[in-house]
Design a protein around this ligand. Structure first.
Ligand code: ZN
Length: 191
């Protein structure tokens, strides 16, 4: 891992309203990121999912319907991972290389299923907290200002539940320029 690299991740899409805004901001700065997509959303918006992939971003598996990992049977939990991977690969023609559990809640059987699907489990160490009562643009910006080399940064392009992508997109261009000014280079997660 290079010291000046940062790894930007966007969860819960694709979303017809916000994913294109995120893609445009990334493209403008020539930045690649990893999108942890919800399988059901990929099925619903296949063209958008392909647009993410075709732009050179990585697409990871964020389960089929974003159920909380701890509150379902083991069989259902495994199916969430498998069905999420299949929904994405049906649209893109390639298997996702990464898996991130909803809410960051790891569960052994789900991580095992992800490994069987050829996916690495990836969490994060910096959250934009772009959701809920703390998820206003100024707060997001402040948290993202603290990003340093080697960080894996959690943000959201999907409107799932309390997410606030409308706030994130307001400061995303500034954040990306700041990274560049500070010599930090966004990169795809290492395979
Ligand atoms: Zn999520």
């Amino acid at each position: 891992m290079c010291a000046n690299r940062v790894y930007l991740t966007f969860d819960d899409g694709p979303d017809p309203e916000w994913t294109p805004r995120v893609l445009d901001a990334l493209e403008k700065e020539g930045v690649k990121a990893t999108f942890f997509a919800i399988g059901r959303q990929a099925q619903r918006f296949p063209d958008l999912m392909r647009r993410v992939h075709d732009a050179g971003h990585a697409v990871g598996n964020h389960t089929f319907s974003h159920r909380h990992p701890w509150f379902m049977s083991q069989r259902a939990a495994r199916a969430q991972v498998r069905d999420g991977a299949n929904a994405i690969s049906d649209v893109l023609g390639v298997q996702p290389g990464f898996y991130r559990p909803p809410h960051g809640r790891e569960r052994a059987c789900m991580s095992d299923e992800a490994h069987r699907c050829g996916e690495q489990v990836v969490l994060w160490n910096v959250s934009a907290i772009d959701w809920g009562p703390l998820g206003a643009a100024e707060g997001i910006e402040k948290r993202l200002d603290a990003v340093k080399g080697g960080d894996i940064v959690l943000m959201h392009d999907g409107q799932n539940k309390h997410n606030r992508p409308d706030q994130l997109v307001q400061i995303l261009p500034v954040f990306l320029r700041n990274l560049s000014d500070r010599g930090l280079r966004p990169a795809l997660l290492p395979a």
